[in-house]
Design a protein around this ligand. Structure first.
Ligand code: BDR
Ligand code: CA
Length: 309
């Protein structure tokens, strides 16, 4: 199965990405690193440990990463994820220990320690991944690819054109793209196809595991804030699409194209300019996810919460 490391900022949807990676037989989850994004780093780290504790995920090291973006200020997504970045359920005290290594050291150890190239799944701002390719350029060739939830081929969710993870740390996206690492973007254009409908919520709530019960509470909270702030009563479960595509490539279609990130921009800082029609005549540097097989995706998510504790 495919060795991966998840770099995340849990975050309701990040938790489902961790669960899917831990549960799916085609995925070998070798490590989890945390980054500031949806919440401050104390919260996102705590929440990653909570995600493992609830689901009974043992033996996967969890290490803490960057507390702020490379440039600019952190503005946690409290309006969507709540003050602790995981609003809704009561959070158990984690029994999963925090690894003593920092995120970059754990990433290095996972990448160096693997026989096969490791895929880095990033579901938050790209701060840690950018710092990693800067610190260890000699290891870029040992990364199979970076699959990132963030960006968009069109509209944004924090400004007209910027998606939250991209807007939080645009400089990091540029660094990762410039490193030459194989890169796949899973943006809002596809994640807004993964709508957490009432039926989806009911199916998950009906699954008789602790993970599903906790997950159902996460989804209720997340849909309520999406309803209040984005006018979307069925919120989109962005992050697990990354893992789903690796577990089962038929989950989504991709195109090979060019991404440039807007780091200036009076109104567009953090916009990912996806040059689908080739206006810039620059070489392709990324794969961009386009169409989601919605039923297949939810089938994977439901199977995961059924299999965990
Ligand atoms: C992204 O931002 C976060 O709020 C979510 O966890 C997801 O990674 C969606 O814009
Ligand atoms: Ca996230």
């Amino acid at each position: 199965s495919k060795p991966i490391l998840i770099d995340c900022d849990p975050g309701h949807d990040d938790v489902f990405a961790i669960w899917l990676a831990a549960a799916h037989p085609a995925i070998d989850l070798r490590g989890i690193t945390t980054v500031a994004g949806n919440g401050r780093i104390e919260h996102t780290t705590h929440n990653a440990l909570v995600a493992c504790t609830v689901a009974g995920i043992h033996g996967v090291p969890v290490a803490q990463g960057a507390e702020r973006p490379i440039a600019g200020e952190l503005k946690p997504a409290e309006w969507i994820h709540g003050a602790n970045a995981l609003g809704g359920p009561e959070l158990p005290t984690p029994t999963t220990p925090l690894d003593e290594r920092d995120a970059l050291t754990l990433m290095r150890d996972v990448v160096e320690g693997s026989d096969e190239p490791v895929t880095i799944v990033a579901t938050g701002p790209l701060t840690n991944v950018a710092s990693f390719v800067r610190k260890y350029p000699e290891l870029v060739g040992s990364i199979e690819q970076v699959v990132w939830m963030g960006g968009s081929t069109g509209r944004g969710n924090v400004s007209a054109y910027a998606e939250f993870n991209a807007w939080t740390d645009p400089e990091s996206i540029a660094l990762v793209l410039d490193s030459g690492v194989e890169f796949t973007m899973v943006g809002l254009n596809i994640s807004h196809q993964a709508l957490i409908t009432r039926e989806v919520r009911a199916r998950i709530a009906a699954i008789d595991t602790r993970t599903a019960a906790f997950g159902a509470e996460l989804l209720e909270f997340f849909c309520s804030t999406y309803d209040a702030f984005e006018n979307m009563p069925d919120g989109p479960l962005h992050d697990p699409i990354t893992v789903a595509m690796l577990a089962d490539p038929a989950t989504a279609t991709t195109v090979r194209t060019r991404i440039d990130v807007e780091v200036q921009g009076a109104e567009t800082r953090g916009a990912t300019c996806v040059d689908l029609l080739g206006f810039l005549e620059r070489p392709a540097n990324a794969n961009v996810a386009i169409d989601l097989d919605v039923d297949r995706f939810w089938g994977l998510v439901e199977d995961a919460v059924r299999q965990l504790d």
